[in-house]
Design a binder for this molecule. Structure first.
Ligand SMILES: Cc1cc2nc3c(=O)[nH]c(=O)nc-3n(C[C@H](O)[C@H](O)[C@H](O)COP(=O)(O)OP(=O)(O)OC[C@H]3O[C@@H](n4cnc5c(N)ncnc54)[C@H](O)[C@@H]3O)c2cc1C
Ligand SMILES: NC(=O)c1ccc[n+]([C@@H]2O[C@H](COP(=O)([O-])OP(=O)(O)OC[C@H]3O[C@@H](n4cnc5c(N)ncnc54)[C@H](OP(=O)(O)O)[C@@H]3O)[C@@H](O)[C@H]2O)c1
Length: 440
């Protein structure tokens, strides 16, 4: 029997530990390098890797049962939407439960990963040591490299107050926003959480947005809304009609709150989830505004010409997908776009795999677990990829569908529907298993 390939895993956040668990259980030789002194990545508040975007008050917005790994349920004592401390603890317990902590090399970053001419990877770690691997699993996360407004708003170089990105907001000082006039930009989940948090102590909070969003509550009818899901394969327009009705009944029109009317249909943007934002707006504690047009020394001027005095501007403008260890000529994601076969396999490089590099309507973790098993199948010869032309056609087809469906934005370059992705992956794995068996 031929030996299993040696694998290098980059990162031990929730995606990396899913990868490590699969490799560990299947008997692979591998190294996993993790910059931090612990697992959990983004979910480790004030992570010493400096990469976590978690703030003190952060709770998950995908419910516990959505987010948990299928073979390791979160404790029932956790609330439906646990705090980041619960989530970090859960990932720690996952590693101990499956017994692979000693397979992770902590406090060791991957500085460079170079593809050798024979298809192997030469991985250089902190300190300069280079090791060779047959395969590379990339799980370095995609929510740590702040994307500031591009280009910067006119006048931002003259603004005398604080300008910051949501990535920098740790929320450790309860007086940070106290009596300040705060402008929060964005309609994603960072903007929702930070605007709400600021609204309890600030003198004024303005929520600026360049387009509307459907604000989805965490709860509806007494249960987490993300557990009221439709079956895989249900046509988009049927799902949309279902969710539109739910939102109409449970929330009402966005314009009633003074927010811009979304120009897209429900389920055509990454979900903006908040139980609190509409209430804080309705209580006059947050004032919706259109996009920022420019800044002056003391004020922010909005696209409708209105102007407010401001002390702090928080840009909740999302993240860049970056791989600092790759030569960008080999692998990069300009505009956050990295075409992959089913969000895992590189179309030209058969020895590199991406775990958790997607934005599901649903949580990333159970998908990362499936992807990890899938890659392990591939590396052990139990799964074979389609022919290159078929793979490229599949990638194009998926991308066309995604870009057609979602609002054009750098945040919509890797969207998947949870149930559909899981079903399609299962089917593809079965097809690939037959291909592998036929080729054996
Ligand atoms: C504020 C916030 C809230 C979120 N809430 C949710 C949610 O409720 N539900 C959900 O499903 N998703 C949520 N997300 C998305 C988030 O991406 C996932 O929850 C999760 O963190 C993804 O895990 P990951 O392992 O892919 O990345 P990360 O958690 O970012 O982990 C990446 C790991 O790789 C390590 N690493 C990076 N580069 C290197 C290197 N060169 N060498 C060695 N190690 C390296 C890092 O140290 C880190 O430990 C949220 C994101 C943000 C920013
Ligand atoms: N509680 C939680 O669990 C929680 C909290 C925070 C974040 N998250 C997750 O973390 C990820 C990142 O979320 P995020 O909110 O930080 O980023 P995001 O989802 O990428 O949202 C960025 C927002 O900023 C807007 N924007 C970007 N550039 C802009 C510009 N130049 N001018 C004006 N507006 C601009 C975007 O508008 P367009 O749509 O027009 O591009 C969008 O509204 C998501 O997966 C999210 O679900 C979860």
């Amino acid at each position: 029997m031929s030996r299993l390939p040696d694998v290098c895993v980059i990162g031990a956040g929730s995606s990396g530990i899913a990868g490590v668990k699969a490799l560990h259980q299947r008997g692979f030789d591998f190294d996993c390098f993790e910059k931090s002194d612990r697992v959990g990545g983004n979910w480790v508040y004030k992570n010493r890797n400096g990469m976590s975007s978690a703030y003190r008050s952060l709770h998950i917005n995908t419910s516990r049962e959505r987010m948990e790994f299928p073979d390791f349920p979160m404790p029932k004592s956790y609330p439906d939407f646990p705090h980041h401390t619960h989530i970090a603890e859960y990932f720690d317990n996952y590693v101990d439960h499956f017994g692979f902590r000693d397979r992770i090399t902590f406090e060791t970053g991957v500085e460079r990963a170079q593809l050798a001419s024979d298809g192997a990877w030469e991985v250089t770690i902190d300190g300069g040591e280079t090791r060779r691997y047959d395969a590379l699993m990339v799980a370095n996360g995609h929510h740590w490299d702040a994307r500031w407004p591009e280009p910067a708003f006119p006048g931002s170089d003259r603004f005398a107050g604080v300008q910051m990105h949501s990535h920098q907001y740790a929320g450790e000082d309860p007086n940070f926003f106290r009596d300040k006039r705060v402008v929060v930009l964005g309609m994603g989940n960072s903007a929702m959480d930070i605007a709400v948090e600021a609204s309890f102590s600030a003198a004024a909070v303005y929520l600026a947005a360049r387009r509307g969003a459907w604000v989805i509550p965490k709860y509806l009818f007494g249960r987490p809304l993300d557990q009221i899901s439709t079956q895989a394969g249900v046509p988009l327009r049927v799902r949309q009609a279902f969710f539109r009705t739910l939102l109409k009944v449970g929330v009402g029109d966005m314009e009633r709150y003074g927010l811009p009317k979304p120009e897209h249909g429900v389920l055509q943007a990454h979900p903006t989830i908040s139980d609190d934002i509409l209430s804080r707006i309705a209580h006059g504690e947050i004032t919706p505004k259109p996009n920022i047009a420019r800044l002056t020394e003391r004020t922010v001027v909005f696209a409708d010409g209105s102007e407010v005095e401001a002390d702090i501007v928080v840009y909740c403008t999302g993240y860049k997908v970056t791989f600092p260890f790759f030569d960008p000529a080999l692998i990069a994601a300009p505009g956050n776009d990295l075409p992959l076969f089913r969000r895992v396999f590189h179309p030209r490089i058969p020895s590199v795999f991406f775990i958790g590099l997607l934005q599901p309507l649903g949580a990333i973790m159970p998908i990362a677990a499936i992807q990890s098993e899938w890659v392990s199948d591939y590396l052990s010869g139990r799964y074979a990829l389609p022919a290159p032309a078929a793979m490229r056609a599949d990638i194009e087809h998926e991308r066309e569908r995604m870009f057609k469906r979602y609002v054009a934005s750098k945040r919509h370059t890797m969207q998947v529907d949870f149930e559909d992705y899981v079903l399609a992956t299962g089917r593809e794995r079965a097809r690939g298993a037959k291909r592998a068996a036929a080729a054996a």
